[in-house]
Design a protein around this ligand. Structure first.
Ligand code: MLT
Ligand code: ZN
Length: 452
């Protein structure tokens, strides 16, 4: 149990400082059996349960809000990698294993656990699965849900669903693991997972490319996938204003190109071939891309140090936005062919609502844009977010919906986007989600006030 006020505070406020929570109790069970006992007691007493992992989420999904009626269950002490199967290429890890530690454990066996994101030094397996986190290598390896082969889950009344399994094929009814992935702790608590591993690539090639526009970037993505036989691991989009935020506020970063351009792509290919061979493949893609007008300029990293520097430019964008007092963040997705249309339409629609600065970047290879809006120079960022944020977000989310997209590609729903779920999800899907929630958690004790 956590009972000193300073330590409690770390659990009661979310990563973005959007919500200051309250809880009757904060408990840190050491194993599945203890989670089960806590849940059984809470169920009996009618107390709400709020599961929490690394507390790095963006939507307030792990913050409790009732000093009388909610118990925060931190999974961080459950941080054992229970085993790695080097034949079946799987890892069984407890919910509190930090992503970077899972990556290291896989690497120690000569394998790859590919779930990778800026928060990987704190984010934990249970939270990543519960929010179906994405990150920087989804294009090649999929989201957290797609990496999950089996789950151990404590159900709301304390019973344990023993679904840990490395089976690749198991056609025996409903896919329960998919149900708990993305449920954000509203149906039960994920305590452990069997996760898919991959061979470690022996070669990586990373390029920072200036492109004429997003449409050219999308064409280049198709080319890179086709001409490399699908060895593209990451295809990230960065616009000049986002790069400038980084250049202006992050230490020891430089623009890799001499001239300034409006649109960039960070392209990474990886394979089990020799570095030389992958270099040839990458160079051929870049030459063809230049000939076809998809690339204006660029650099191909010459060393792992330069590779890290290029990645740092992309990964530092959220931090650079914080230096500006933060942004009205968006995490939309559309099918890749609709990205250019989205980017073309959004500014003219937003202009009718409020003046703002843009920071647009994201995982364009997954059709996922972080379409973030900052206060105009000189304006108070807090007031901007509060006063203009709701109308700007509605406009961005409406446009994504009109294009058949999603208001939350990889950050989940939590508390922040509950209203959006009710607004944009089709009635039949909502009905089905509510029916599942009512069947598994009829008393509404699991993560109250989140998602639905
Ligand atoms: C990212 O892609 O960097 C994050 O998902 C978005 C963010 O941190 O704003
Ligand atoms: Zn992202």
């Amino acid at each position: 149990m956590v009972d000193d006020d300073a330590t409690r505070q770390g659990y009661l406020v979310d990563e973005r400082r959007l919500y200051q929570g309250e809880a009757a109790l904060i408990v840190r069970p050491a194993g599945t059996e203890e989670v089960s006992r806590v849940m059984a007691i809470c169920h009996e007493a009618g107390l709400g349960i709020v599961p929490q992992g690394g507390n790095t989420g963006y939507c307030g999904g792990a913050t409790p809000d009732d000093a009388e009626g909610q118990v925060l269950v931190s999974l961080s002490r459950m941080n054992t990698v229970r085993g790695i199967d080097p034949v079946g290429f799987t890892m069984t890890a407890e919910a509190g294993v930090v992503l970077a530690d899972a990556q290291q454990a896989a690497e120690d066996e000569g394998l790859l656990f590919p779930l990778s994101m800026g928060s990987e030094g704190s984010a934990e397996i249970g939270g990543a699965l519960s929010t179906n986190a994405g990150g920087l290598a989804v294009l090649r390896y999929g989201t957290a849900r797609e990496l999950c082969l089996g789950l151990e889950v404590v159900l709301p009344d304390g019973r344990v669903l023993h679904g840990l399994s490395g089976l690749r094929k198991d056609n025996t009814g409903f896919d329960l693991r998919s149900l708990f992935c993305g449920a954000e702790g509203t149906l039960g608590i994920i305590t452990a997972a069997t996760l898919e591993l991959f061979p470690r690539p022996t070669a990586r090639q990373t390029a920072w490319l200036a492109v004429p526009d997003a449409a050219a970037a999308c064409r280049l993505l198709g080319r890179a996938r086709r001409e490399s036989s699908d060895q593209v691991t990451s295809f990230e989009y960065v616009t000049r204003p986002s790069l400038e935020l980084v250049l202006g506020s992050v230490d020891a970063v430089t623009d890799p190109l001499e001239e300034a351009y409006e649109h960039y792509v960070l392209l990474e290919l990886s394979s089990g071939q020799s570095e030389e061979r992958l270099r040839q493949v990458s160079e051929a893609i870049l030459v063809a891309g230049m000939e076809e007008g998809e690339i204006l300029d660029g650099v191909l990293a010459e060393s792992s140090r330069q590779r890290r520097e290029l990645w740092r430019l992309r990964e530092s964008i959220p931090e650079a936005e914080k230096h500006q007092g933060g942004s009205v963040k968006h995490d939309v997705s559309v099918t890749i062919d609709r990205i250019p249309g989205f980017l073309e339409d959004a500014p003219s629609r937003l202009a009718g609502i409020a003046r703002c600065r843009y920071s647009v970047y994201g995982h364009i290879g997954d059709g996922n844009l972080h379409f973030n809006l900052l206060a105009p120079d000189g304006d108070d960022p807090g007031a901007f977010k509060e006063e203009q944020g709701p109308a700007l977000s509605e406009c961005v989310h409406d446009l994504a919906a009109e294009l058949g997209g999603s208001f939350s590609a990889e950050h989940g729903v939590g508390k922040l986007k509950k209203g959006e779920l009710a607004r944009y999800k089709d009635p039949e899907s909502l009905w089905t989600m509510r029916a599942i929630k009512a069947a598994l958690d009829p008393r509404g004790l699991m993560n109250p006030g989140k998602v639905l």
